[in-house]
Design a protein around this ligand. Structure first.
Ligand code: FMN
Length: 200
């Protein structure tokens, strides 16, 4: 079972998020690899070998960064051959404005996964509220649903709310748990099919 996290990070923040997602995923699955988008272009077989691909880009001008887009557009052959079909996919983005049009980046990542025939894992972590109805900062303080959003400083290597990194870890754990479940289900489906065909 293998999970690949592919990211670009101009100033290091998205990389920190990628590392925390990996930390969470490794609680469930041993083989979790981190690849910059440049490395992913150079080693496409690592993506074909993986069961789950997690895509991460900073939000630059309301979209994925140019460097991440370069990776996306390098995957024409994987798309034409449907190499990633029915793999699991998930996405995350970091930026320095509370909103900053992060949703558009996640939307683009999910469309990218859909064009590859992949199955998209949404964040799946409910935002929490205190007894007065005020939203708490953890988990999912950004109240995102399609994927993980984090909020970092623009210039310093820090997050306005370090709890975002805990949410990243939870997301990694969820992605790995679902990867494990899907693999177990496909194994038992294959076994059932073999049993049925053997009986005929
Ligand atoms: C070219 C450029 C465009 C940016 N556009 C946005 C934006 O649309 N929304 C936003 O919230 N932040 C924007 N930012 C700020 C970045 O999201 C922020 O610097 C973030 O920390 C980048 O993550 P990274 O350290 O992984 O590169 C932009 C930064 C750059 C360099």
């Amino acid at each position: 079972m293998k999970i690949a996290i592919i990211y670009h990070s101009g100033f290091g923040h998205t990389k920190m998020v990628a590392e925390r997602i990996a930390e969470g995923a490794r609680k469930v699955v041993d083989d979790v690899i981190l690849l910059t988008s440049k490395m992913a272009i150079q080693h496409p077989h690592l993506l074909i070998e993986s069961d789950t691909l997690v895509f991460g880009s900073p939000t630059y001008f309301g979209n994925v960064s140019a460097e991440f887009k370069l990776f996306m557009e390098s995957t024409g052959s994987a798309w034409a051959n449907q190499h990633w079909k029915d793999k699991l996919a998930a996405g995350f983005t970091n930026s320095s404005s509370i909103n900053g049009d992060k949703l558009n980046t996640l939307t683009n990542l999910s469309i990218f996964a859909a064009q590859h025939g992949m199955l998209w894992i949404p964040l799946g972590i409910m935002p929490q509220y205190d007894s007065a109805g005020k939203q708490l900062s953890e988990p999912n303080g950004m109240a995102s649903y399609l994927g993980l959003m984090t909020l970092s400083s623009n210039s310093h290597e820090e997050f306005y709310d370090p709890a975002d990194l805990h949410t990243a870890e939870l997301f990694g754990q969820r992605i790995a748990t679902l990867t494990q479940q899907l693999k177990a289900d496909s194994k038992s489906n294959t076994e059932n099919f073999t049993f049925l065909t053997a009986k005929q």
